[in-house]
Write a protein that binds this ligand. Structure first.
Ligand SMILES: [Zn+2]
Length: 362
């Protein structure tokens, strides 16, 4: 039997003012950054009764992470999120175990991998994966104090480039980044993204790390798949995020939260992100991804039993049809089905996100 939930809101300071009000149902006058749909203890989703009222229970009261292996978020970013790296399964398990020692630093929020995909619902700008080395060197050549960073890049030592970048991110150097981007021939929207970064974080040790990262500009319906181990920072825009159910974020900078440089560098993997040129309605199933996602404008889609499924209404209306009942969803509410629940169908009239867990090996 499907359960219906609403999202648990996060008011991080990078959120858009009332940016999720359409889905949260709340006008707060403050930043609204993320709505979480899942069982992660950092933001378990409240259960709703058939009338749409909260029952007082959370999804996590009924199911554990084995049954609900994915976390789905709506995200609204007015300014850049931290430069971050997520751990793979082995790194998370080992890191979580290591931090149980008395007095150890505690960078991990759980023992699980965080692999994620962001689907743009508006124009969305991000930095993800490594920028072409020659281009990064061309930009850094226009910023004072970056020679050690450039030398590390020429030697192919990205970890060392990060360490030097954290040291070289002085206020005068950070202020030179947008001009250096223009001088290196970057596009106007890219230069404006760096102007936003340096305006919001004029004294942040992580600012120069952003120069090392590849710029990505997504249109609605396009997506970026970011497996564990890839450095990234989402800059601005509204999107749907689907991930393994983890909140493990190892930060390098652009944040008021703690940074864990050694742990973040240790979590770096060999991959680049997959940028998916798609339109709303296309099936998004990156190679090896533990989920398949479709943001459906309208029509009928089958949700076969045997895997975790969640249907999140984004715009208009959606109806989830099961053998037991028809469930109407309004924007910001979601129907959740465990692998054991029977086949279901979703009938979309507006925009609805359909997310299904998959086996990663294929
Ligand atoms: Zn991330």
């Amino acid at each position: 039997m499907a359960l219906v939930v609403r999202g648990a809101i996060k008011d991080y300071d990078w959120g858009i003012i009332d940016g999720l009000a359409t889905w949260s149902g709340e006008i707060t006058g403050g930043p609204q950054a993320e709505l979480w749909f899942g069982v992660h203890p950092g933001g378990p989703s409240p259960l709703l009764d058939p009338g749409g009222a909260e029952t007082g229970e959370h999804l996590g009261d009924r199911f554990d992470i084995e049954a609900i292996p994915l976390l789905v978020k709506l995200l609204a970013a007015a300014k850049p999120l931290s430069v971050q790296i997520h751990p793979d399964a082995d790194t998370a398990r080992a890191g979580w175990a290591a931090q149980q020692a008395p007095g150890a630093p505690r960078p991990y929020n759980d023992p699980f991998e965080k692999t994620e995909m962001l689907v743009a619902l508006s124009d969305f700008q991000a930095l993800a994966g490594w920028r072409d080395t020659d281009q990064a060197i061309a930009i850094l050549s226009g910023v004072d104090g970056c020679q050690a960073m450039i030398d590390a890049l020429r030697a192919g030592d990205l970890a060392q480039a990060i360490r030097h970048g954290l040291q070289a991110s002085t206020s005068p150097a950070i202020a030179q980044i947008p001009g250096a981007c223009a001088a290196a021939g970057l596009s106007d929207d890219q230069c404006q993204a760096y102007a936003l970064i340096t305006r919001e974080y004029p004294n942040d040790a992580g600012a120069l790390i952003t120069v090392l990262l590849q710029y990505v500009h997504l249109l609605p319906g396009q997506a970026i798949y970011v497996p564990a181990g890839i450095p990234h920072s989402y800059i601005c825009g509204t999107g749907l995020e689907v991930m393994t159910s983890s909140d493990n974020v190892l930060r390098l900078g652009l944040t008021g939260k703690s940074v864990f440089v050694d742990q973040a560098i240790a979590a770096l993997g060999p991959h680049q992100p997959q940028i998916i040129d798609a339109q709303l309605g296309d099936i998004l199933w990156p190679v090896n991804a533990p989920f398949v996602v479709r943001v459906l404008p309208q029509g009928l889609e089958k949700l076969p039993a045997g895997a975790y499924r969640i249907v999140l209404s984004i715009q208009g209306s959606a109806t989830v049809r099961t053998d037991f009942a028809d469930i109407g969803l309004k924007p910001g509410t979601a129907a959740v089905m465990s692998a054991q629940d029977a086949d279901a169908w979703v009938d979309a009239d507006g925009l609805v996100a359909v997310v299904q867990a998959t086996s990663p090996a294929r």
